[in-house]
Design a protein around this ligand. Structure first.
Ligand code: TXA
Ligand code: MG
Length: 313
Protein backbone atom coordinates (compact mmCIF):
# COMPACT_ATOMS: atom_id res chain seq x y z
CA UNK A 1 0.00 0.00 0.00
CA UNK A 2 1.29 3.50 -0.69
CA UNK A 3 1.31 6.12 2.04
CA UNK A 4 0.52 9.82 2.20
CA UNK A 5 3.63 12.00 2.47
CA UNK A 6 4.68 13.14 5.93
CA UNK A 7 5.53 16.81 6.26
CA UNK A 8 7.94 17.83 9.01
CA UNK A 9 7.04 20.25 11.82
CA UNK A 10 9.22 23.07 10.48
CA UNK A 11 8.98 25.90 7.95
CA UNK A 12 9.55 23.60 4.97
CA UNK A 13 6.66 21.35 6.07
CA UNK A 14 4.38 24.31 6.69
CA UNK A 15 5.23 25.90 3.32
CA UNK A 16 4.50 22.65 1.49
CA UNK A 17 1.23 22.09 3.40
CA UNK A 18 0.05 25.62 2.49
CA UNK A 19 1.04 25.05 -1.15
CA UNK A 20 -1.04 21.85 -1.26
CA UNK A 21 -4.05 23.62 0.31
CA UNK A 22 -3.81 26.37 -2.34
CA UNK A 23 -3.85 23.68 -5.03
CA UNK A 24 -7.11 22.30 -3.64
CA UNK A 25 -5.49 19.19 -2.14
CA UNK A 26 -6.32 17.66 1.26
CA UNK A 27 -3.81 18.05 4.09
CA UNK A 28 -4.11 16.44 7.53
CA UNK A 29 -3.09 18.94 10.19
CA UNK A 30 -2.53 18.56 13.92
CA UNK A 31 -4.74 20.53 16.28
CA UNK A 32 -4.71 20.37 20.08
CA UNK A 33 -7.88 18.20 19.97
CA UNK A 34 -7.54 15.69 17.10
CA UNK A 35 -6.01 15.69 13.57
CA UNK A 36 -8.13 17.57 11.04
CA UNK A 37 -8.60 16.71 7.35
CA UNK A 38 -8.08 20.19 5.93
CA UNK A 39 -9.10 21.83 2.67
CA UNK A 40 -9.47 25.43 1.43
CA UNK A 41 -12.95 26.34 2.74
CA UNK A 42 -13.52 28.70 -0.23
CA UNK A 43 -12.90 25.99 -2.82
CA UNK A 44 -15.98 23.84 -3.57
CA UNK A 45 -14.00 21.11 -5.30
CA UNK A 46 -11.49 20.86 -2.45
CA UNK A 47 -14.29 20.68 0.14
CA UNK A 48 -16.04 17.99 -1.90
CA UNK A 49 -12.84 15.94 -1.69
CA UNK A 50 -13.18 15.93 2.12
CA UNK A 51 -16.58 14.21 1.90
CA UNK A 52 -15.22 11.80 -0.70
CA UNK A 53 -12.16 10.93 1.43
CA UNK A 54 -14.19 10.45 4.62
CA UNK A 55 -16.99 8.52 2.96
CA UNK A 56 -19.20 10.95 4.90
CA UNK A 57 -22.85 11.71 4.04
CA UNK A 58 -22.78 15.15 2.46
CA UNK A 59 -25.41 16.72 4.75
CA UNK A 60 -22.92 16.96 7.63
CA UNK A 61 -21.46 20.46 7.98
CA UNK A 62 -17.75 21.10 8.67
CA UNK A 63 -15.78 23.34 11.05
CA UNK A 64 -13.92 26.31 9.55
CA UNK A 65 -10.50 26.89 11.16
CA UNK A 66 -9.03 30.40 11.31
CA UNK A 67 -5.98 31.87 13.09
CA UNK A 68 -7.71 34.50 15.25
CA UNK A 69 -10.94 36.30 16.15
CA UNK A 70 -10.52 38.95 13.44
CA UNK A 71 -10.35 36.24 10.78
CA UNK A 72 -13.45 34.55 12.24
CA UNK A 73 -15.41 37.80 12.07
CA UNK A 74 -14.87 37.97 8.30
CA UNK A 75 -17.06 34.88 7.87
CA UNK A 76 -19.72 35.03 10.60
CA UNK A 77 -22.09 37.49 12.25
CA UNK A 78 -20.51 38.11 15.63
CA UNK A 79 -22.57 38.07 18.84
CA UNK A 80 -22.09 39.06 22.47
CA UNK A 81 -22.00 35.35 23.45
CA UNK A 82 -19.32 34.77 20.82
CA UNK A 83 -17.31 37.70 22.19
CA UNK A 84 -17.43 36.38 25.76
CA UNK A 85 -16.58 32.79 24.84
CA UNK A 86 -13.92 33.65 22.25
CA UNK A 87 -12.09 36.01 24.60
CA UNK A 88 -12.11 33.36 27.34
CA UNK A 89 -11.30 30.23 25.29
CA UNK A 90 -9.71 31.07 21.92
CA UNK A 91 -7.32 29.88 20.78
CA UNK A 92 -8.55 26.53 22.08
CA UNK A 93 -10.87 23.54 21.96
CA UNK A 94 -14.08 25.50 21.44
CA UNK A 95 -16.18 25.74 18.25
CA UNK A 96 -18.83 28.45 17.85
CA UNK A 97 -21.82 28.04 15.52
CA UNK A 98 -22.87 31.44 14.18
CA UNK A 99 -24.88 32.89 11.26
CA UNK A 100 -22.87 33.00 8.02
CA UNK A 101 -22.15 36.42 6.57
CA UNK A 102 -23.59 36.93 3.09
CA UNK A 103 -20.14 37.97 1.80
CA UNK A 104 -18.26 35.13 3.54
CA UNK A 105 -16.99 33.41 0.39
CA UNK A 106 -17.21 30.08 2.26
CA UNK A 107 -18.16 27.23 -0.10
CA UNK A 108 -21.84 26.29 0.51
CA UNK A 109 -20.81 22.66 0.92
CA UNK A 110 -18.93 23.58 4.13
CA UNK A 111 -22.13 24.54 5.94
CA UNK A 112 -24.14 21.90 4.06
CA UNK A 113 -26.53 24.61 2.95
CA UNK A 114 -27.30 25.81 6.51
CA UNK A 115 -27.50 29.52 7.33
CA UNK A 116 -24.97 28.99 10.12
CA UNK A 117 -21.35 27.87 10.12
CA UNK A 118 -19.03 26.42 12.78
CA UNK A 119 -15.76 28.33 13.39
CA UNK A 120 -12.77 27.57 15.57
CA UNK A 121 -9.38 29.12 16.37
CA UNK A 122 -7.11 26.17 17.21
CA UNK A 123 -4.28 26.63 19.72
CA UNK A 124 -1.84 24.07 18.29
CA UNK A 125 1.29 25.96 17.15
CA UNK A 126 1.50 24.02 13.86
CA UNK A 127 -2.17 24.62 13.08
CA UNK A 128 -1.62 28.31 13.84
CA UNK A 129 1.50 28.43 11.64
CA UNK A 130 -0.26 26.69 8.75
CA UNK A 131 -3.37 28.91 8.95
CA UNK A 132 -1.19 32.03 8.87
CA UNK A 133 1.01 30.75 6.04
CA UNK A 134 -2.04 29.69 4.01
CA UNK A 135 -3.85 32.95 4.73
CA UNK A 136 -7.40 31.62 4.29
CA UNK A 137 -10.08 29.59 6.07
CA UNK A 138 -9.49 25.83 6.37
CA UNK A 139 -12.48 23.48 6.55
CA UNK A 140 -11.52 20.39 8.55
CA UNK A 141 -13.46 17.52 10.06
CA UNK A 142 -11.58 14.93 12.09
CA UNK A 143 -9.14 13.10 9.77
CA UNK A 144 -10.73 9.64 9.84
CA UNK A 145 -13.11 7.66 7.63
CA UNK A 146 -16.71 8.36 8.66
CA UNK A 147 -17.81 6.42 11.77
CA UNK A 148 -14.26 5.38 12.76
CA UNK A 149 -12.32 6.44 15.83
CA UNK A 150 -10.95 10.00 15.68
CA UNK A 151 -7.19 10.28 15.00
CA UNK A 152 -4.83 11.65 17.63
CA UNK A 153 -1.56 10.65 15.89
CA UNK A 154 -0.25 10.84 12.29
CA UNK A 155 -0.30 7.00 12.19
CA UNK A 156 -4.04 6.95 12.97
CA UNK A 157 -4.62 9.32 10.02
CA UNK A 158 -2.52 7.20 7.65
CA UNK A 159 -4.23 3.98 8.77
CA UNK A 160 -7.72 5.40 8.31
CA UNK A 161 -7.34 7.52 5.18
CA UNK A 162 -4.27 6.14 3.35
CA UNK A 163 -3.62 8.07 0.14
CA UNK A 164 -7.04 9.71 0.28
CA UNK A 165 -5.07 12.52 1.97
CA UNK A 166 -2.18 14.13 0.03
CA UNK A 167 0.01 14.80 3.06
CA UNK A 168 0.08 14.73 6.85
CA UNK A 169 1.72 17.59 8.76
CA UNK A 170 3.41 15.68 11.57
CA UNK A 171 2.79 17.25 14.98
CA UNK A 172 3.04 14.03 17.00
CA UNK A 173 0.21 13.14 19.40
CA UNK A 174 -2.60 15.66 20.05
CA UNK A 175 -2.46 17.00 23.63
CA UNK A 176 -6.23 17.27 24.35
CA UNK A 177 -7.34 14.12 22.54
CA UNK A 178 -11.11 14.72 22.26
CA UNK A 179 -12.77 17.05 19.78
CA UNK A 180 -13.74 20.62 20.53
CA UNK A 181 -16.81 21.59 22.52
CA UNK A 182 -19.46 23.00 20.14
CA UNK A 183 -21.73 25.85 21.22
CA UNK A 184 -24.46 27.59 19.25
CA UNK A 185 -23.57 31.22 19.99
CA UNK A 186 -26.49 33.13 18.46
CA UNK A 187 -29.76 33.40 20.34
CA UNK A 188 -29.80 31.40 23.57
CA UNK A 189 -26.36 29.77 23.83
CA UNK A 190 -26.69 25.98 23.53
CA UNK A 191 -24.25 23.13 23.98
CA UNK A 192 -24.30 21.08 20.73
CA UNK A 193 -21.45 18.69 21.54
CA UNK A 194 -19.45 18.19 24.76
CA UNK A 195 -15.71 18.31 24.11
CA UNK A 196 -12.27 19.49 25.14
CA UNK A 197 -13.49 22.45 27.17
CA UNK A 198 -15.84 21.41 29.97
CA UNK A 199 -19.37 22.88 29.86
CA UNK A 200 -18.85 24.06 33.45
CA UNK A 201 -16.02 26.36 32.32
CA UNK A 202 -18.20 27.86 29.56
CA UNK A 203 -21.06 28.42 32.00
CA UNK A 204 -18.72 30.15 34.41
CA UNK A 205 -17.55 32.54 31.67
CA UNK A 206 -21.15 33.22 30.56
CA UNK A 207 -22.44 33.55 34.11
CA UNK A 208 -25.41 31.24 33.47
CA UNK A 209 -26.17 27.61 32.49
CA UNK A 210 -26.05 26.54 28.82
CA UNK A 211 -29.14 25.18 27.12
CA UNK A 212 -28.69 21.60 25.95
CA UNK A 213 -29.36 20.48 22.40
CA UNK A 214 -32.89 19.11 22.10
CA UNK A 215 -32.76 15.46 20.97
CA UNK A 216 -35.99 15.79 18.98
CA UNK A 217 -34.30 18.00 16.37
CA UNK A 218 -33.02 16.72 13.05
CA UNK A 219 -29.54 15.26 13.35
CA UNK A 220 -27.09 17.47 11.50
CA UNK A 221 -23.91 16.22 13.14
CA UNK A 222 -22.15 12.88 12.71
CA UNK A 223 -20.74 13.37 16.21
CA UNK A 224 -24.38 13.31 17.26
CA UNK A 225 -25.31 10.06 15.52
CA UNK A 226 -25.79 7.37 18.12
CA UNK A 227 -23.26 4.90 16.71
CA UNK A 228 -20.08 6.81 15.94
CA UNK A 229 -16.40 6.53 16.85
CA UNK A 230 -17.01 2.80 16.49
CA UNK A 231 -14.29 0.17 16.94
CA UNK A 232 -14.72 -3.04 14.89
CA UNK A 233 -15.80 -5.17 17.88
CA UNK A 234 -18.43 -4.45 20.58
CA UNK A 235 -17.75 -2.05 23.45
CA UNK A 236 -19.09 -2.71 26.99
CA UNK A 237 -19.28 0.35 29.29
CA UNK A 238 -19.24 0.82 33.08
CA UNK A 239 -17.70 -2.63 33.48
CA UNK A 240 -17.34 -3.52 37.16
CA UNK A 241 -15.25 -6.58 36.27
CA UNK A 242 -13.65 -8.11 33.18
CA UNK A 243 -14.97 -11.06 31.17
CA UNK A 244 -12.98 -13.80 29.42
CA UNK A 245 -11.55 -12.65 26.07
CA UNK A 246 -12.13 -8.91 26.52
CA UNK A 247 -9.57 -6.20 25.76
CA UNK A 248 -9.86 -4.01 28.85
CA UNK A 249 -9.62 -0.26 29.40
CA UNK A 250 -9.34 0.95 33.00
CA UNK A 251 -9.50 4.29 34.76
CA UNK A 252 -7.97 5.10 38.14
CA UNK A 253 -6.82 2.22 40.33
CA UNK A 254 -8.16 -0.53 38.04
CA UNK A 255 -5.94 -3.30 36.66
CA UNK A 256 -6.57 -3.52 32.89
CA UNK A 257 -4.76 -4.05 29.57
CA UNK A 258 -4.57 -0.26 29.23
CA UNK A 259 -5.50 2.53 31.65
CA UNK A 260 -6.80 5.97 30.61
CA UNK A 261 -5.29 7.54 33.72
CA UNK A 262 -3.97 5.45 36.62
CA UNK A 263 -4.07 8.58 38.84
CA UNK A 264 -7.72 9.27 37.91
CA UNK A 265 -6.95 12.52 36.02
CA UNK A 266 -9.73 13.22 33.46
CA UNK A 267 -7.54 15.52 31.34
CA UNK A 268 -4.97 12.75 30.94
CA UNK A 269 -7.82 10.29 30.25
CA UNK A 270 -9.18 12.45 27.41
CA UNK A 271 -5.73 12.70 25.84
CA UNK A 272 -5.38 8.89 25.93
CA UNK A 273 -8.94 7.97 24.93
CA UNK A 274 -8.79 7.53 21.14
CA UNK A 275 -5.21 6.20 21.13
CA UNK A 276 -6.09 3.48 23.65
CA UNK A 277 -9.29 2.61 21.74
CA UNK A 278 -7.22 2.27 18.55
CA UNK A 279 -4.76 -0.04 20.33
CA UNK A 280 -7.46 -2.23 21.90
CA UNK A 281 -9.43 -2.31 18.62
CA UNK A 282 -6.33 -3.72 16.89
CA UNK A 283 -6.45 -6.80 19.18
CA UNK A 284 -9.67 -7.88 17.41
CA UNK A 285 -11.29 -8.57 20.81
CA UNK A 286 -14.44 -7.00 22.29
CA UNK A 287 -13.59 -3.99 24.47
CA UNK A 288 -14.70 -3.40 28.08
CA UNK A 289 -14.30 -0.05 29.83
CA UNK A 290 -14.35 0.90 33.56
CA UNK A 291 -16.78 3.58 34.78
CA UNK A 292 -15.56 7.15 34.11
CA UNK A 293 -16.77 10.05 36.30
CA UNK A 294 -19.11 12.55 34.60
CA UNK A 295 -17.59 15.85 35.79
CA UNK A 296 -15.17 18.08 33.81
CA UNK A 297 -13.84 16.32 30.68
CA UNK A 298 -15.64 13.16 31.85
CA UNK A 299 -18.77 14.40 30.03
CA UNK A 300 -16.96 14.41 26.67
CA UNK A 301 -15.23 11.08 27.38
CA UNK A 302 -18.52 9.36 28.31
CA UNK A 303 -20.25 10.91 25.29
CA UNK A 304 -17.62 9.42 22.92
CA UNK A 305 -17.67 6.07 24.73
CA UNK A 306 -21.46 5.75 24.60
CA UNK A 307 -21.35 6.34 20.83
CA UNK A 308 -18.54 3.77 20.47
CA UNK A 309 -20.75 1.29 22.38
CA UNK A 310 -24.07 2.07 20.65
CA UNK A 311 -25.81 -0.65 18.61
CA UNK A 312 -24.68 -0.51 14.97
CA UNK A 313 -27.05 -0.38 12.04
O1 TXA B 1 -11.81 19.35 17.58
C1 TXA B 1 -12.53 19.41 16.58
O2 TXA B 1 -13.62 20.00 16.56
C2 TXA B 1 -11.99 18.71 15.31
C3 TXA B 1 -10.73 19.45 14.88
C4 TXA B 1 -10.18 18.92 13.58
O3 TXA B 1 -10.97 20.82 14.81
N1 TXA B 1 -12.97 18.71 14.26
C5 TXA B 1 -14.11 17.96 14.30
O4 TXA B 1 -14.86 18.03 13.16
O5 TXA B 1 -14.41 17.28 15.26
P1 TXA B 1 -16.05 17.04 12.80
O6 TXA B 1 -16.45 17.38 11.40
O7 TXA B 1 -15.64 15.63 13.04
O8 TXA B 1 -17.20 17.50 13.74
C6 TXA B 1 -17.76 18.80 13.55
C7 TXA B 1 -19.11 18.89 14.15
C8 TXA B 1 -20.05 17.97 13.45
O9 TXA B 1 -20.70 17.16 14.40
C9 TXA B 1 -20.95 18.95 12.71
O10 TXA B 1 -22.20 18.46 12.42
C10 TXA B 1 -20.97 20.13 13.66
O11 TXA B 1 -19.62 20.22 14.03
N2 TXA B 1 -21.37 21.35 12.95
C11 TXA B 1 -20.70 21.97 11.98
N3 TXA B 1 -21.39 23.02 11.52
C12 TXA B 1 -22.52 23.08 12.22
C13 TXA B 1 -23.68 23.94 12.21
N4 TXA B 1 -23.77 24.96 11.35
N5 TXA B 1 -24.66 23.68 13.09
C14 TXA B 1 -24.57 22.64 13.95
N6 TXA B 1 -23.52 21.78 14.01
C15 TXA B 1 -22.53 22.00 13.15
MG1 MG C 1 -15.38 13.42 13.61
Amino acid sequence: MSHPSRLSADQSGITEAARLLRQGALVALPTETVYGLGADARNDRAVARIFEAKGRPSFNPLIVHVPDVDAARAYVQWTRTAEILASAFWPGALTLVLPLRADSGIAPLVSAGLATVAVRVPAHPLAQALLREFGGPVAAPSANRSGQISPTTPDHVAQSLGTRVAAILDGGPCPVGVESTIVEASGTPRLLRPGGIPAEALEQALGHPLAIRDGSEAISAPGQLRSHYAPAETVRLNAADWREGEATLGFGKVAADLNLSPSGDLTEAAANLFGHLHTLDATGRPIAVSPIPMHGLGAAINDRLSRAAAPRD
